[in-house]
Design a protein. Structure first.
Length: 505
């Protein structure tokens, strides 16, 4: 059964639509000969001949009105068309799988399609689009062909060196191949960097708020996320466990963690650190160590000799070890401008001398205990600084931004490929006094090429099916006919309903 048979069943007596041109038709129930059984008065039809379609197969699209009764009636009518095979629902992502097997998409593009479906923020969407361009797959295939060609030359030397004359000796051939491999290794370095940065966009950037008790961590987080995620109180030690909140900040998915306040047992205080608070500090320390950004808070506090900037030494040290860090001084409104300027000069000098890895210029804010903030509170400066850090952590040069589409699976395979290529380099450039094992060198090239093949889906059938199953299980469920004949049939429900029901014979 072709799409033409389905069309004639739903639009009897009407001329077929011209290829790639939108046509309006009245859809009729093929089981009824009366005009009272109209399914949709004005449905939009598109006929897309193969092979220039998303799947490489013939496609007929029906764009019908989105009322549930209309959709149900059209879906019920399709199996009534004269057909030698039944119409069935597709497996999740089956149309994309057809596109893969028909060579319309490679596996790297399909993974990016999955990222596009999962994208929640603008930066996630952009990274997914870059991976969907096909440039990554072409790059990996180019590397694979280089390795296969080099391996072929080496194996020819192994098999026929006694019978044939070669222009290059074994050492010269290995040296030439080693230069190619060294170039690929440098490129893999860049791809792994792109993967690390794309993971930040895909999984979200983790920000830990650390500092002494009552410095304003909870208030600051509540203001940034726009809700009361953390309990705010003038009593020190209110936050015992980690409080998390996620939000989209200018296209970046961010996960904030409000942590317990740090204070050492040697601090002069009548209060004793209990077991619960001590466990909270331990968890806060662990969260800071695994976060991408550490935002360390200090605060202006009154003292016997006058106001001072109170901070915790351990949290400052933790911030120096982070990939990115910010220093924020809260309660700037508790002193006048001249006093604040004097305190900040002293604080900058201390940071410069004892914590050179931290930003030298702290951001001053004023968060109230009720979690409120005025326009000039300085919180917007914190958000601006965070966004600048996010951009620096995830940006790539314009000619390398396609690398942001590298997925974690691809990165793991690239790491394996790198290991095999480094093993090859060890054989091609042995230590003094050792001979090269040319047979083993050729095997390392084969292993490396196999890793690249698995990235694009050119590997063994079992590997490809396993990966496809994982990728496609997240995709939508479609409607189609059995795959014996290469034709597809779609029913499009307007976006208000958000459902697409493709069918094929």
């Amino acid at each position: 059964m072709s799409t033409a048979q389905i069309y004639q069943g739903l639009c009897p007596g009407k001329p077929p639509p011209k290829p790639r041109r939108a046509t309006v038709r009245t859809l009729l129930d093929p089981a009824s000969n009366t005009e009272t059984n109209i399914l949709d008065v004005e449905a939009l039809l598109l006929h897309l001949p193969s092979p220039k379609t998303v799947t490489g197969e013939e496609v007929l699209e029906l764009h019908v009105h989105g009322g549930p009764a209309t959709v149900k009636a059209v879906l019920s009518a399709i199996p009534k068309c004269q057909a030698s095979t039944r119409i069935r629902y597709a497996e999740p992502g089956e149309f994309t799988k057809r596109a893969f097997f028909n060579g319309r998409l490679d596996l790297a593009q399909i993974e990016s399609l999955g990222d596009t479906l999962d994208a929640e923020t603008e930066q996630q969407r952009r990274a997914a689009v870059r991976g969907n361009s096909g440039a990554l797959g072409r790059n990996y295939e180019d590397w694979r062909h280089q390795l296969l060609q080099a391996r072929g030359e080496i194996e020819a030397l192994i098999d026929f060196s006694e019978d044939q004359h070669f222009d290059e000796s074994q050492s010269e051939l290995l040296e030439n191949v080693a230069r190619q491999v060294a170039k690929i290794l440098r490129s893999i370095d860049l791809h792994e960097l792109g993967s690390q940065r794309s993971e930040l966009l895909r999984n979200g950037i983790r920000i830990a708020l650390v500092g002494p008790p009552n410095a304003g961590k909870s208030s600051l987080m509540n203001i940034i996320v726009g809700r009361e995620a953390s309990i705010v109180s003038g009593e020190a030690g209110t936050t015992r466990d980690i409080v998390e909140a996620s939000l989209d900040i200018r296209g970046f998915l961010c996960s904030f963690a409000d942590t317990a306040g740090f204070r050492s047992k040697t601090e002069t205080s009548d209060e004793v650190i209990g077991a619960v608070e001590e466990e909270g500090i331990r968890r806060a320390r662990a969260r800071a160590q695994e976060s991408d950004v550490v935002l360390v808070l200090a605060s202006v506090e009154p003292g016997p000799s006058g106001p001072f900037i109170h901070f915790d030494k351990e949290t400052m040290a933790l911030a120096t070890e982070a990939q990115s860090s910010l220093v924020v001084v809260n309660k700037q409104d508790t002193v006048d401008g001249d006093v604040l300027s004097h305190l900040l000069r002293q604080f900058r000098q201390l940071v410069r001398e004892e914590y050179p890895g931290l930003p030298q210029e702290p951001i001053c804010i004023s968060c109230k205990e009720d979690g409120s903030a005025s326009r000039d509170s300085g919180v917007q400066s914190v958000v601006d600084a965070l966004v600048a850090s996010f951009s620096q952590m995830t940006d790539m040069p314009p000619d390398m931004r396609d690398l942001l589409g590298v997925t974690e699976r691809q990165r793991q395979l690239l790491a394996k490929c790198r290991g095999h290529l480094e093993d090859f380099m060890g054989e091609a450039q042995p230590q003094e006094g050792l001979d090269s094992d040319i047979v083993l060198a050729a095997e390392y090239l084969r292993y490396a090429a196999d890793c690249l093949a698995r990235i694009t889906g050119k590997g063994e059938a079992g590997d490809v099916e396993e990966v496809l199953g994982v990728v496609f299980e997240k995709f939508c469920v479609d409607v189609l006919c059995p795959a014996q004949a290469p034709s597809l049939f779609y029913i499009w429900v307007p976006p208000a309903k958000g459902i697409m029901y493709p069918t094929s014979r």
